[in-house]
Design a protein around this ligand. Structure first.
Ligand SMILES: Cc1cc2nc3c(=O)[nH]c(=O)nc-3n(C[C@H](O)[C@H](O)[C@H](O)COP(=O)(O)OP(=O)(O)OC[C@H]3O[C@@H](n4cnc5c(N)ncnc54)[C@H](O)[C@@H]3O)c2cc1C
Length: 385
């Protein structure tokens, strides 16, 4: 065998899976198709501290461009709900390189410029065919992102609701002082069906603006163009210099489905586990289970199911609550969204804490106390839209 475990894709999920697997002893080969780690970058400009804490990781100044205090959620008529939650605007290329350097130190054999084309199994051995020849291993971790071809080649339907992938475009923009704000801004409503438009301050003159939609096809440009014009008006800008455009799919509420089979584990966007923080934590769980399985000499599906069990324990309910929330938002009218925002506007929401279930209960109790009729707006979830 060339390695005990082959990881495909140096994504946030793949980097963590490779690191955790290798730390416990097995030999790990990580294959990445890009010639340079993190370049060109996969879109993602920020994440929040809470999720990084769950991964047991600390933000590193080498990739943090700007420190954020929290976020504003803004309704169609401009009602603003503020949530204090520290976050980071990041340089995604520097982020990927930071972790790539770290994992090489743990002993992972990282090969760049290697595109995986196929995976075949003969007896107990997997053969991975690539642009740089074939490699063999006992176990494969697929972390090749949202456009994963490899998982479907193996017959795995990794997402329950692939039709709900959010398609997004993110523009890096410049204007004097535009990046100085400490609050991320999410704008929700039917101008971005199913999800949001964004303003992400990135320090100094730099910011990012984005549009993300669900169930409206993959062409997000019309929504983004309208958002840029509206954003200029909102911020009183005559001109906005566009520095870079990144786009892609984000499997935000697609819910992971089949992501394990004999000798194979799928992780990160490829398995419907969206967002850098979630992908990293899933990668850690996957890497831990993979190394245990290899050391015990049993990489069967039933041995690998520990990955699913642990992931579900930590995230299943949160993902379902998130799905209900976003589906309700997609089906609500702008007026309903405004009425809902009115309940939370200018309120101190620092009481919301704990697990996702606890948070959902606290929000529910708050609405019940403040404006019970607002709860009825959630009936939108049942609409056939
Ligand atoms: C427009 C947009 C904006 C986003 N913004 C944010 C954000 O601000 N914050 C956030 O947390 N998340 C954001 N996301 C989601 C985030 O980008 C992903 O969830 C995150 O990158 C985790 O993805 P991943 O680990 O599955 O893999 P990816 O980051 O997609 O990486 C997959 C890796 O696999 C490699 N690869 C693919 N195929 C092969 C192959 N055949 N052989 C070898 N290597 C291969 C790729 O080159 C790549 O390096 C955004 C997504 C989009 C589309």
């Amino acid at each position: 065998m060339d390695a005990d475990i082959i990881v495909i894709g140096a994504s946030p999920a793949g980097l963590m899976a490779a690191r955790n697997a290798c730390e416990k002893g097995p030999s790990v080969l990580l294959l990445e198709k890009k010639e340079e780690i993190g370049h060109p970058p996969h879109p993602a400009n920020s994440f929040f501290k809470g999720m990084l804490d769950k991964c047991g990781e600390k933000a590193d100044p080498s990739y943090v461009l700007h420190y954020l205090k929290g976020m504003k959620i803004i309704s169609p008529s401009g009602r603003t709900v503020e949530v204090e939650t520290p976050g980071y605007a990041i340089d995604k290329t520097a982020f990927d390189r930071f972790y790539a350097k770290k994992i090489i130190k743990t002993g992972v054999d990282l090969r760049k410029g290697v595109t995986v084309q196929n995976i075949q199994k003969e007896g107990e051995k997997f053969t991975v065919s690539t642009s740089a020849g074939s490699f063999t291993s006992k176990l494969i971790i697929i972390s090749d992102g949202i456009n994963s071809k490899l998982a479907s080649l193996l017959g795995l339907k990794t997402m329950k609701h692939p039709e709900d992938i959010a398609w997004g475009i993110e523009l890096d923009v410049r204007s004097p002082g535009l990046g100085k704000s400490k609050m991320f801004e999410y704008y929700v409503g039917n101008h971005a069906p199913g999800w949001k438009t964004t303003y992400a301050p990135r320090g100094g003159d730099n910011a990012a603006v984005g549009a993300y939609v669900r169930r409206c096809g993959t062409d997000v440009m019309p929504y983004l163009n309208a958002w840029v014009e509206n954003f200029k008006k909102l911020k009183g800008l005559e001109e906005l210099e566009v520095v870079r455009k990144l786009s892609g799919g984000d499997p935000i509420v697609t819910i992971p489905n089949e992501y394990i089979t004999d000798g194979i584990m799928v992780v990160g966007g490829a398995a419907g586990q969206s967002g850098i923080g979630y992908a990293m934590r899933a990668g850690q769980i996957c890497g831990d289970v993979a190394s245990d399985a290899v050391r015990k000499g049993d990489v069967s599906k039933s041995a690998l199911l520990e990955y699913r069990k642990t992931w579900e324990k930590e995230f299943k309910i949160e993902h379902y609550i998130g799905r209900i929330g976003l589906e309700t938002l997609r089906k609500m009218t702008d007026r309903e969204i405004d009425e809902m925002a009115k309940v939370f506007e200018k309120q101190d929401l620092s009481f919301i804490h704990g697990s996702s279930v606890e948070q959902a209960m606290q929000v529910f109790a708050f609405m019940l106390k403040k404006k019970p009729s607002a709860i009825l707006k959630c009936r939108a979830f049942l609409r056939n839209k």
